[in-house]
Ligand binder design. Sequence first.
Ligand code: ADP
Ligand code: MG
Length: 361
Amino acid sequence: MITLKNIVKEYDGKQEGNRAVDGLDLEINKGEFVALLGPSGCGKTTTLMMLAGLLKPTSGEIYFQSKLVNHVEPKDRNIGMVFQSYALYPHMSVRDNIAFPLRERKVPKQEAYERAKETSKILQIDHLLDRKPSQLSGGQQQRVAMARALSKNPEILLLDEPMSNLDARLKLDVRDEIRKIQRNLGVTTIIVTHDQEEALAISDRVAILNGGRIQQYAPPSELFNHPVNLFVASFLGNPPMNLIHGTIEEKTGNQVVATKGFEYILPADRRLDKKHIGKSVQFGIRPHDVTVCAATDPQAIKLKVDLVEHLGSGKLVKAIDPYNKLETMIRLLTDNKLELNSGEYIYIKFKDRKFHLFDMT
Ligand code: ADP
Ligand code: MG
C-alpha cells in the first residue's frame, strides 16, 4: 500500500549530520496500523509530513500502491491527518470543521453536512455539531479532529501524537476507540508517538526510529522479545532492560558470559561461534526475568538492595553488587508479598534463556 524507499530529508542545506531522516525504508500493507516510535527529534513528524505531502523528501521515493507520489499535492493524496494540536478552525462550528475537507473538494454543502453528520455519529459527537471548538473538552476536540480526518473516507490516516494532550485515563479510552474505528473502516493508519506503551498496544507493526533511521520494524512482541540492537533493547520496556558489560569466555567445556560480578553459563543450545570467544559483550536481561532465589541456589548472585519502589502491581527493586564490581545496578520486579528494605542482602538469578547479547566486538 505505502512504500518509502531510501527517504532522506535535510532541512537546511546539505551539511553532514544534518539529516532529519536518513535513508528510511518502510513498507505498510493495506489496512495495517503502523506506529513510528522513537525519542523526540528522531524524525517521526518529518516522515509523516512527507507522507502527507506537506514536505518534500530531499531524495528517495514515496509510493502509494505502485504510484510515485513525491510530487502529488497533499489534497490529491486521499489522506486524512490529525495533528498533535488538532488544528481545528476556531471560528467554525464542529459541523463545518468536519465538512471542511469535503467542501474543499467541491462537495455540495448539503451533502457535505450529511456526511459530516454520519462521521460524527461514528465518533459519538453528533450532539456537538453546532458548537465551536472552544466549547469542547480536550477529548471532544480530539474526536472532532478525528472526524474531520475521516470525513472524506481517506485511504490513509496519519496521526501525529494524537493523544498527547489528553489525560492518562482518557488516553486509554481514546486509544481503544481509535483502534476500533480503524478496524471497522479498514483505513491504513500511521501513528507517530514517543509513547512506547501506546505504540505497542494499538499497532500491528512498530517502526523504531533513532537519528532518522529505522532501528527495527516488527510486530510489538517481536520487538520486545527479540530486539535487534542495543538501542531497541534499552528503548523498549519499562522499567528498562538491565545491561551489564562482560566478556565471552570458555570455562570447563562451557561458554560463559563473565562480568565483574558474576558468570552466566550459556545454555548448550545458545552456544556461540568460536570466533566470539574473548569478545566483549553487553549482557541484557529484563527486570521481570530476574527473580529472587535461595542463597543455596547454584546460580544465586548476591546483591544488596539499594532502593525499593512501589509500582502498585508489584515492587521495583534496584540492587547493587555489594563490592560494586558490576558498575551498574540491577533492576528486578518482585511481587508485593516480598518484604525488602534498603541495605538488605538478596540472592537473585536470571530466568532461563531470557538473556540477550548485544554489541559483541
Ligand atoms: P520528531 O517528530 O521525531 O520529534 P521531527 O521530525 O520533528 O522529530 O524532527 C527531526 C529533526 O529535524 C530534529 O532534529 C528537528 O530539530 C529537525 N527539524 C524539524 N523540523 C525542522 C524545520 N522546520 N527546520 C529545521 N529543522 C527541523
Ligand atoms: Mg514530532
